[in-house]
Design a protein around this ligand. Structure first.
Ligand code: DGL
Length: 267
């Protein structure tokens, strides 16, 4: 099937986290039309049950695909991907790229063989994470910690608010205070919100450690899956679509514009 040049790529997250996935994708495909969808009415996902996420995410993606007719959808959220990726793929007839914790690169890079997985509460308890840890980090101590506060910190940062430095410190302490934690040399940012506060995490780290996430790999995957397709010759303004528009969303406008998202829609 021929894909129209103006058919967008759809990115989906509960909030602004997916912007950390959008940024490397835009760098790789600068004229790709973008629709960035945030489920602000369902935010946050990390404290929800598996059943709630498995019901909500495929239904929303179905409505978004109907409205915007994307060529490809990216679930730019680890929580939604580790729980609902298969359900979304079953519901849509376009390629769907998921975001799963970058455990493989962390295991390759860790010299101490102790690394952390920092995600949402919902992500770090997923069997998907057990499988990735067993497949790639069998000789490693894999520490896990869920932080809902760090998700809020990333949202506040993009709204331009003053940030509480204790939040990043406490999130890292959740890993460092576990047995073996003092040896930890790598941290998987297993929530797409967390690369947005990587500088705050690095500043709060008591010893040097590396941070890894899947953004670059996803950009390569999108480029591969859209190989040979046509794109517009110049970049058009991107669309940000929210399931609820309120004062918090309004405060995000300048940050969204920085990612090329100049139009705001309500779903
Ligand atoms: N950005 C999301 C993730 O990657 C979820 C954040 C949330 O809504 O709790 O897991």
């Amino acid at each position: 099937m021929t894909v129209a040049p103006d058919a967008p790529i759809l990115f989906f997250d509960s909030g602004v986290g997916g912007l950390s996935i959008l940024a490397p994708a835009r760098a790789a495909l600068p004229t790709a039309p973008i629709v960035y969808a945030a489920d602000s009415a369902g935010f946050p996902y990390g404290t929800k049950s598996e059943a709630e996420i498995a019901a909500r995410v495929p239904a929303l993606l179905g409505r978004l695909v109907e409205r915007y007719r994307p060529r490809l959808a990216v679930i730019a959220c680890n929580t939604a991907s580790t729980i609902a990726l298969q359900h979304v793929r079953a519901a849509l007839d376009i390629p769907v790229v998921g975001t799963v914790p970058a455990i493989k690169p962390a295991a390759l890079l860790s010299k101490s063989r102790v690394f952390g997985v920092l995600g949402t509460d919902a992500t770090v308890r997923q069997p998907y994470v057990d499988r990735l840890a067993a497949a790639h980090g069998a000789d490693c101590t894999v520490l896990r910690y869920g932080s809902a506060a760090l998700v809020q910190l990333a949202e506040a940062k993009l709204r331009g608010e003053a940030l509480d430095p204790d939040v990043a410190r406490d999130a890292l302490a959740g890993l460092l205070d576990q047995p073996g934690g003092d040896q930890m040399d790598m941290v998987v940012l297993a929530c797409t919100h967390f690369p947005l506060v990587e500088a705050e995490l690095a500043a709060a780290a008591p010893h040097p450690m590396g941070f890894v996430h899947g953004g670059e790999g996803i950009a390569r995957r999108i480029a591969f899956l859209t190989q040979g397709q046509k794109w517009p010759t110049t970049a058009a303004p991107g669309i940000a679509v929210f399931t609820r528009i309120d004062a918090n969303v309004d405060a995000l406008r300048p940050a969204l514009a920085g990612y090329g998202l100049d139009r705001l829609d309500a779903l």
